[in-house]
Each structure stands twice: as C-alpha cells, then as structure tokens.
Write a protein of this length. Sequence first.
Length: 269
Amino acid sequence: MKDLVIVRGGGDIATGTIYKLFKCGFKVLILEIEKPSAIRRNVAFCEAIYDTQKQVEDVTCYLAHDYDEAKQFLMENKVTLLIDPEAKAIDYFKPEVVVDAILAKKNLGTTKEMAPITIALGPGFMAGKDVDVVIETMRGHKLGRTIYQGAALKNTGVPGVIKGYGKERVIHSPNEGTVKHVRHLTDIVKKGEVIAYVDQTPIYATMDGLLRGLIKEGFVVTQGFKIADIDPREDEYENCFTISDKARCIAGGVIEAIFYLRGHRNDLS
C-alpha cells in the first residue's frame, strides 16, 4: 500500500512517531501485543486494545480485528492498530516503511528485509545491518539524531533527570502479582503514600509529585516490572495529555530518515 508505514509498538514514545507520520500524510498501521503495558496511558495509542479506540491530542487510533477491517480503516485514512506481536501483517500489507518502536532495548525480530525502508528506535539494533537507520532515544544533545552506521547509545537504566530527580521517578514492582490502583493517573501524590498494590504488597510513592504514569489496573506484573512514573513538577498536569518533547524529537528523526532514504537508497546499498 502506497505511503504505508507499519509501526511495531504503540507506547507513548511510539505514539509520538505515529502521530507525526499521520500528520505528514502517511497511512499508519500499528502492530501490538495482546496486553500492552504502557504506563503513560493517556498518550499511548496501544490503549485502543482495551477501549476499541484511543484519542491522543487530535488523532484517534482504531482497533481492527482482522486484516480486512484494518485495510478498510487505512483506506478511510484512520490510524489503525492490530494485535500482531509476530508482525505477520508485514507480509500481507507490504509497507514502504517498517519502524520498530517497541523500545525493548533489544531486537525482537525486525530485519532489513521487512520493507524497502526499516527504522528502529533506540539501542539493540545495528544500523546498516539489522535496519537501515537507528534513531537515538537517549535524552541529551543526540536525542532524535539519525544513525546510518552503528548503534544508539546504550541504555543506562536511569530515566532523565527532572528537577534533580532521576531514578526516584520510576517505580518498579517488588514482586509478581496483580496490580490494584489506590491512586489514579494525574493525581498529586506524596512520598510514602500508597499508590497501588501488587497482590497484597503496597506500592509507595518514592517522591512528591504528579502521577504521570501508572500501569493498567488488573495487569499481572513480574518482579522488577515498571509500573509507575512520578513527575516532580506538579504544575505539569496538562502535559499528561499531550505527546512529550522527547517523543516529538524522536518522531522528527524518523520523518527525516524516511525522506532521506527515499532519495538516497543507492548511496547506502
């Protein structure tokens, strides 16, 4: 399908790229797992799996239940999502571009052979070998830059620092179990306050701030699984509903790479 981009993953960072692609005139099909684990759920198109559709800013994503419905949605110029963790739809739809936006910090099966243009976000891929281009996802001077030979910076495991807070901002599950909410997305929380339970284990806020991310209630997590994100800037409430600066910067790199590769395929082969 002409101007079709298939994006593997529909989390908050992926959503920035999907949104930008759609606004630039591309048709976008998202491939996701059956139960996505986004924590910034207000700005993640993958939430359409649970709610049939998901609006982020002024764009709505629609869940398709099979290839025929997906094709119809795409022809109607709708951002479309399919449950397809193995990316089998790539062979059926034959897109011009495949973007791996899973952000797993490793390659879960994306190859250069999947499409004329292949792009991956973040570490775990080698540009020129696994995919055509890698987009840097590490905050800092190189964020959003296109890499045509080599890899992105290695994952540090530490989130970007905001108002002096880094690792404290992200909360991981201390054990395996089912998540039950006590507080809700966009709540203002205080350090030491219970925000959720994993089975019978209380999950405490690690700092004062805005609960910007919280995994879906009922989700079964493993020990160490990321389940919440606190922003120390309590006045950032409105930003909980809009695509982040980081996601938009990465999206810009994806768009740059597509248009560059369209005109320079022979130079890179």
